[in-house]
Design a protein around this ligand. Structure first.
Ligand SMILES: Cc1ncc(COP(=O)(O)O)c(C=O)c1O
Length: 371
């Protein structure tokens, strides 16, 4: 199911990883934007080992101290209107819950999402996801979903009606090519959802917890969601998804949506410490500064092979005028691991703790490969 790169990664520290032959790489993939604190960070290691020795599993049918601490932490860092949290184990599950909750809360069927959007690959999230090759083999998908062009306020406002349960959107489309939403688009969406009684679901699975230079990417635009979905960085590499909501959703029937692993103490203990560290070390500010440096440097290269550089914080897309695969392979030869987003975009999602000298290595390698 995966394209494999010809390398066996066995160890990591900070923003660096090593392969089985001892070769070092600067890791601008971070498990696709997961390892916010980098690899083997003492905060993650301590939380994992301490909690593993205390209590790994405890179903949501019981209260648990680590889960309670995490819920308090999430409550403190998210907008005050979002004060309830459904815990799961992945981004697609966070969106699945959001889609179901919005239908239950509004009694309406329709979910509107954006072209080029990516929300996951379980049936509900996939039905809101753009990629044709992801959808076609598994059709028919869930009924009641429709997609409208991204960053077109008029199109989305027109699509929201009194049968719309929710609009589901990313603030920066990641998989779709690192495309930031405009403030005008998000504000128009917010107003139209409020006016029509539809819920705004913001998917910050990739952008959340400092990646874009703010704790949450919606903060760049002065727009707040009714439901916020999170995963990837939240537990620093341990699987976790979070669906945050508030009174707009209200109470749902007990047991109507559950998952065995959701809220397990191991993931909760790590997530609590990871979020605390992201905030206390002000990693969003570090991401903003290092990301700016990297984007400026790539723009200064004025490479004839680059069509556009896009991004926010440490979520960076370099769109080439040709397929990006060969450039990604050349970067690997130079000791830099990067991702692709579509066929022509190099995507960089390094750990938020990446150091200036590691950014310099990335810049040097990009200079060589894109010359
Ligand atoms: C914006 C967004 N939403 C949802 C998902 C799905 O998350 P997962 O792969 O954990 O199911 C992703 C994964 O890349 C994502 O980037």
């Amino acid at each position: 199911m995966y394209h494999k790169r010809q390398v066996v990664l066995v160890r990591g520290e900070g923003a660096r990883v090593w392969d089985a032959d001892g070769r070092e790489y600067v890791d601008c993939t971070a498990g696709i934007g997961v390892a916010a604190l980098g690899h083997a960070h003492p905060v993650v290691v301590e939380a994992l080992t301490e909690q593993a020795a205390r209590l790994v599993t405890c179903h949501e049918g019981f209260y648990n101290d680590q889960r309670a601490a995490l819920l308090d932490r999430l409550d403190a860092v998210t907008p005050s209107a979002l004060d309830r949290f459904f815990l799961s184990s992945s981004g697609t599950e966070a969106n699945e819950a959001a889609i179901k909750f919005s239908r239950a809360a509004t009694g309406r069927p329709e979910i509107v999402s954006a072209m080029r959007g990516y929300h996951g690959k379980t049936f509900g999230a996939l039905s809101a996801t753009w990629g044709k090759s992801y959808r076609t083999p598994f059709e028919p998908l869930v009924p009641g979903f429709r997609m409208v062009p991204f960053n077109r306020p008029d199109a989305v406002v027109e699509a929201i009606s009194d049968t719309t349960a929710a609009v589901l959107v990313e603030v920066v489309q990641g998989e779709g090519g690192v495309r930031p939403a405009t403030t005008e688009y998000l504000q128009a969406l917010r107003t139209a959802c409020t006016n029509r009684g539809a819920l705004l679901i913001i998917d910050e699975v990739q952008t959340g917890f400092g990646r874009t230079g703010k704790l949450f990417a919606f903060e760049h635009h002065g727009v707040a969601p009714d439901i916020l979905t999170l995963a990837k960085s939240v537990a620093g590499g341990v699987p976790m998804g979070v669906t945050a909501f508030g009174d707009a959703v209200g109470q749902l029937p007990k047991l109507s949506h559950t998952t065995t692993f959701g809220g397990n103490p191991l993931a909760c203990a790590v997530a609590d410490r990871v979020i605390a560290h992201i905030v206390s070390a002000d990693l969003p500010a570090h991401a903003a500064a290092q990301g700016r440096r990297l984007i400026d440097a790539v723009e200064t290269l004025s490479s004839p092979r680059v069509r556009e550089v896009r991004g926010l914080g440490l979520m960076i897309g370099i769109e080439l005028k040709q397929p990006a695969g060969p450039a990604a392979r050349s970067l690997m030869d130079e000791g830099i691991l990067v991702l692709l987003a579509g066929s022509t975009v190099l995507r960089l999602l390094p750990p938020l703790v990446i150091q200036p000298e590691e950014i310099d290595r990335v810049i040097t390698a990009l200079g060589k490969v894109l010359a």
